[in-house]
Design a protein. Sequence first.
Length: 323
Amino acid sequence: MSIAVPSAEASTTTACSPWANITGFSDSLDKTTLGGVNVAELSGLTYDTNGHLLAVADESYLFTLDARTKKPLAVQTLVDENGQSLDSEAVAVDRDGTRLVTDETQPSILRFTRSGKVIDRLPVPASLLVAPAGRATHNLTFEGMTLQPGDRTLVASMEGALTGDNADVRRLQTWHRTWGEFRLGAQYAYSADTGLNISDITATGDGRLLVLERGYTPNVGNTVRVYLADLSRATDVSRVEDLTGQPGVRLARKTLIADIGACPSLGATTKQPQPNPLLDNIEGITVTGRTRDGRLGLLLVSDDNESPTQITRLYSLAARLPR
């Protein structure tokens, strides 16, 4: 982890860190329904080409939300080319409006039309498949995904470590658009904090990524941290079978932007033990744009697991990223 000195101090009343402030939260989606579907288990966020907010849910649903009010406007059921539901965890929108959605089961990334028809699947390296086909663990595969500026590079993050890699290592796979198709690109290694996994990633707009790390301790609660990751000097590890700290392999550089547990609670309440009542099972993050003072606006969402003691909560943050 790198340590940097911010150029300006954040407001002490809403500061989560020297780099980031929490500007609000909303529980308006919690335990609501739309067309008979529970607005629940939200795991990924992004913006559509028409400005609406999209939220993907674990149970193979894609919700459209009003970008300003966050009110749900529509819901779409996602199924693969064989009519099977997905363990959908992350979503990105291509420049033509098609949706890229991760299925954590395989894992796979499927391309959908706006109407929900599968166009194709992206290639996935064999090592990232769930054992015994590959070296990944069930339910710890493609949890995060984002498109870099220009929509030519797609990045997906593995939630957990591969067998043979150090326990803290998480692999980030890229695809590059060539002649209209996404083809496999470089793969990078990222070191997660002890006990935490990657729950989502989002592009900052300058080639870097924000990485959402999350963990849960029974009877204690969640730990959720947002890191800035720079892959520019990291080693392509697509041909490195076991990542065990060997010399010559450079990991992605990471800088802590905010520990959500260190944010002021703003009056939030919780139905379960938490270090900070603001916390819940935060799984999604996206960039909303720039604030008036030039900071990066962020929106986060928690996955309530359809549990009566958990909350579907939206969090708004503003961050000034170090150079």
